[in-house]
Every structure is written in C-alpha cells, then in structure tokens.
Design a protein around this ligand. Structure first.
Ligand SMILES: Cc1cc2nc3c(=O)[nH]c(=O)nc-3n(C[C@H](O)[C@H](O)[C@H](O)COP(=O)(O)O)c2cc1C
Length: 200
C-alpha cells in the first residue's frame, strides 16, 4: 500500500460519486461554522469534483443559513463514508459561494446543467429554515406532484448557489479487522501534496 495510491483512490472515489448517484460518497456531510461559533452540519449531494483545481462542490439555496455562515467564515469540513469499503474520507477546505443572482459565471454554468426536476427545490417560496405554521413542503402550489415545465423554473435561478470548496487537507481512514490504516495529505501550495501515514 503506497501513499500515492491512497490519494489516487480518494480522488477516484470522489469522481465516481459525482457520476454515480448510488455511490456511498454521493451524500457527504458538510460542516460549517455557524455565526455564533458553534458547529453546523448537514447532508448534501456531491455535485462536482476537480482533482486538478482542486475543488469539491455542492449546490444549495442561496437563502439557506449555510451561505451566510460561509460568507462570515469560509472554513468547512466534508465527511464521506463508504460502509461497504469501510473507508472514511474527511476533507478540510475553504469555501466560496457562487450566486446565480449575481450572474456569477460558475453558478450560471451549473444552473444551465441542472435538470428541471432538480430546479424545483429552488422555487421554494420561503427561505429554507423559515418558521412555518404548517408542515409545509415549501413548494409553489401545483408543483407538489411534478417538476416545473420549461419557463416555470426561471424564478428558481435567483435562489441557486454553488458552494465550491478548495481542499486543504485530506484525512483517509481504512477500517480492517487486521488493523486500521490512516493517511493524511496536505494540499497547501503548488506541487505534490505532503503525504504521511497517521496512527489510526
Ligand atoms: C439526502 C439529502 C441530500 C441533501 N442534499 C442537499 C444539497 O445538495 N444541498 C442542500 O443545500 N441541502 C441538501 N439537503 C438538505 C440539507 O441537509 C439541509 O437540511 C438544508 O440544506 C438546510 O441546511 P442549513 O440550514 O444548514 O443551511 C439534503 C438532505 C438530505 C437528507
């Protein structure tokens, strides 16, 4: 087992998770720092991976609290777990929020590539997290049972945001009855990451 192969397996797994909706790393937990300094975490869909940039990204509603949190403090942590392979990957990263309402080119390019069914949640009339007097689905009347038609999706664009994160450190953990293994990769600066084995 070589450190370079471990790092390659991390990026390969992340790339597969974007392609394959059934991949175990498709639904990571993304942790941010709330404005009162407490941790805040939630499940998201991994939407974009670029090992060269490097970058990991998800999509969100620009009105959701996590966007304001990231403007105040860009530090995030991703946690991925593949229970079949028994591999955990944690990624410390710095986030940038790209807002379609600001005509941000990254947000617009990703919006163009989302499906009509994915766009439905960006048509939510109220901000995510707003208090509701009923058990609300937060969808416009008529869109509970179907995707928006072309044109109906357009108001959702203003609520669309891409959370793009630049990884700083990868922490890989493999669980085995014969002995766990753990490695850390620091990606700061140009050139090859600083790789080291770590006690599990
Ligand atoms: C399986 C699953 C996938 C989710 N994917 C996303 C996502 O890609 N983007 C997102 O903003 N919220 C997603 N959510 C909802 C978030 O977990 C969270 O409830 C919501 O974004 C509000 O988070 P916040 O209040 O911390 O901003 C997902 C939830 C689940 C259970």
């Amino acid at each position: 087992m070589e450190l370079a192969d471990v790092l390659d397996s991390c990026w390969h797994g992340l790339e597969e998770a974007v392609r394959d909706r059934r991949h175990a790393w498709r639904l990571p937990v993304l942790a941010t720092i709330a404005q009162d300094g407490s941790p805040a975490s939630r499940t998201v869909v991994l939407r974009h991976v670029d090992r060269v940039a490097p970058s990991l990204a998800c999509h969100t509603d620009a009105r959701s609290p996590k966007c304001a949190e990231l403007l105040a403090d860009s530090r995030v942590s991703w946690t991925f777990y593949d229970s079949a392979a028994q591999v955990q990957l944690r990624v410390r990263a710095l986030a940038t929020v790209h807002l379609a309402r600001d005509e941000d080119p990254i947000a617009l390019e990703r919006w163009d590539r989302t499906s009509l069914s994915s766009r439905r949640c960006y048509l939510a009339p109220a901000a995510p997290g707003a208090v509701s007097e009923t058990p609300s689905a937060n969808l416009p009347a008529g869109l509970l049972e179907r995707s928006p038609l072309p044109g109906e999706d357009l108001p959702g664009r203003a609520n669309f945001a891409v959370i793009a994160t630049r990884p700083i450190e990868l922490d890989w953990l493999l669980l085995r009855a014969s002995g766990h293994r753990r490695a850390r990769f620091v990606l700061e600066g140009e050139g090859a990451p600083a790789a080291t084995w770590v006690e599990p």
